[in-house]
Design a protein around this ligand. Structure first.
Ligand code: PA5
Length: 425
């Protein structure tokens, strides 16, 4: 599982040194009261996706149908309908899934051309995901995929190449799926896009990738149980209270997420959307920054260390001492690299993360370290639910609604208008 800390300092010492004890305690009290209310209400639906829930069987069946007939799966969806799945399946390359999964979440003509050139339509399945069933990017990609598969596969089997996830009701994506005669899984109506990773939206790609849906949900449950039993020390509650206190009293306007694992790169994209779209409201909000260690030590760290002190930094680390290839001692010494002799790549990364955090702290930056004990489904499930809860609790402290996104709707309406007005040659 995972734990959090603030380096060698306790949180109490850190707050006292910054003169934030009273302000933090006030926010923590508010956050704990809110968390207790959530617990009493049975928590929010996104956190309640059960390891033995009624959707487990439909997910397993849909995954079996896809893996039986396809070498490649194209997941169509954007924002919350794709980023969670991408983050979840990123650890699958250490497992044995047989289907390659493609996630063209940003509409790009060149990428689509390339995908259609590389894949074999007869052996490709398309999973189209859209809660609203009206998102232009997803629908455009779907129509393009259909034409490509129709041209390259047997027209009679067309419906077998598709699976849909969308809400019940009258919506273009659903009607399209019904006409094709393809399986349609219901997107839970009470879970928003960016909170949907633990529903069928994230978990069907997980099942196709060979990872365990059950383990993701069990990991999430463990974190929820702790959130309910000990809200005053839960990562989500303390993180939310600290973010809000730093924002209110220290002009901290950015939150940095920096995992030290390449497989968590997609997680930072998922978190970026969750945080930005849930909290950027009414002139308020803190901007999410994404980095991955150690590579971004060589690209962004200078700014984090020596630029404005406006970031709350969260490192996600996996103790990796002794992990990965070991450097031959004689070879290293022959080149004067004694400090590397006999060390593993994991030793190097772990020391780099520790050194970077200490350097940031020495520069007066607030650094939280969340430690997970491996890239397992359980740990990722736990991280997902912890950060979703942290977002929701932060929204409560800010006084904004985490679950809507009124500002982006205007752009969607204009896009449809401009497309309508376009002259077609
Ligand atoms: O979190 C959200 O609400 C958004 O990011 C949506 O997921 C995104 O706009 C896609 O919407 P839909 O699933 O309706 O296609």
């Amino acid at each position: 599982m995972f734990s959090y800390s603030f380096g060698n300092q306790s949180l109490e010492t850190l707050l006292e040194a910054a003169g934030l004890t009273a302000a933090f305690n006030a926010n923590l009290e508010k956050a704990v009261t809110y968390a207790k209310g959530l617990a009493a209400d049975g928590l929010l639906p996104f956190a309640r996706q059960a390891a033995d829930g009624p959707d487990m069987e439909p997910i397993a069946q849909a995954a079996a149908r896809i893996t039986a007939n396809a070498d490649d799966l194209i997941v169509l969806g954007t924002g919350g309908s794709s980023l969670g799945a991408q983050a979840a399946i990123a650890i699958a390359r250490f497992n044995k899934g047989t289907v390659r999964i493609h996630t063209p979440d940003s509409l790009c003509p060149f990428e689509m051309d390339l995908l259609f050139k590389e894949l074999e339509p007869r052996r490709t399945h398309v999973l189209a995901v859209s809660k609203s069933g009206t998102t232009a990017e997803t629908l455009a990609q779907l129509l393009a995929c259909r034409a490509w598969i129709e041209a390259g596969a047997h027209a009679a089997d067309l419906g077998d190449h598709f699976t849909f996830i969308t809400e019940p009701g009258d919506r273009p994506l659903r009607t399209y799926g019904e006409k094709l005669g393809s399986p349609i899984l219901d997107h839970p109506t009470d879970v928003g896009g960016r909170f949907s990773v633990l529903t069928n939206v994230g978990m069907l790609p997980v099942a196709v990738s060979g990872l365990s849906v059950r383990a993701f949900r069990e990991g999430a449950k463990e974190v929820c149980d702790n959130f309910i039993a000990h809200p005053e020390t839960a990562t989500a509650v303390v993180g939310a209270a600290l973010t809000q206190t730093l924002n209110e009293h220290k002009d901290i306007t950015q939150v940095l997420i920096m995992p030290y694992a390449e497989s968590l790169r997609a997680f930072t994209r998922w978190h970026g959307q969750l945080w930005a779209e849930s909290l950027g409201k009414d002139g308020l909000g803190t901007t999410p920054i994404r980095a991955v260690g150690p590579v971004d030590q060589h690209s962004q760290l200078q700014l984090f260390l020596d630029g404005p002190n406006d970031k709350f930094c969260t490192f996600v680390t996996i103790p990796s001492y002794g992990k990965g290839p070991r450097i031959d001692p004689a070879e290293a010494k022959a080149y004067g690299l004694d400090y590397m002799a006999g060390r593993t790549i994991g030793d190097t990364v772990t020391c780099q993360s520790r050194a970077t955090q200490e350097t940031l702290r020495a520069k007066g930056r607030t650094v939280r370290e969340i430690v997970i004990d491996g890239l397992s489904e359980q740990n990722l499930g736990g991280l997902f639910v912890s950060f979703m809860l942290e977002t929701v609790v932060t929204a409560h402290l800010m006084g904004v609604n985490a679950f809507d996104q009124p500002a982006v709707e205007e752009g969607k309406i204009l896009t449809r208008q401009y497309l309508n007005e376009l002259d077609i040659e």
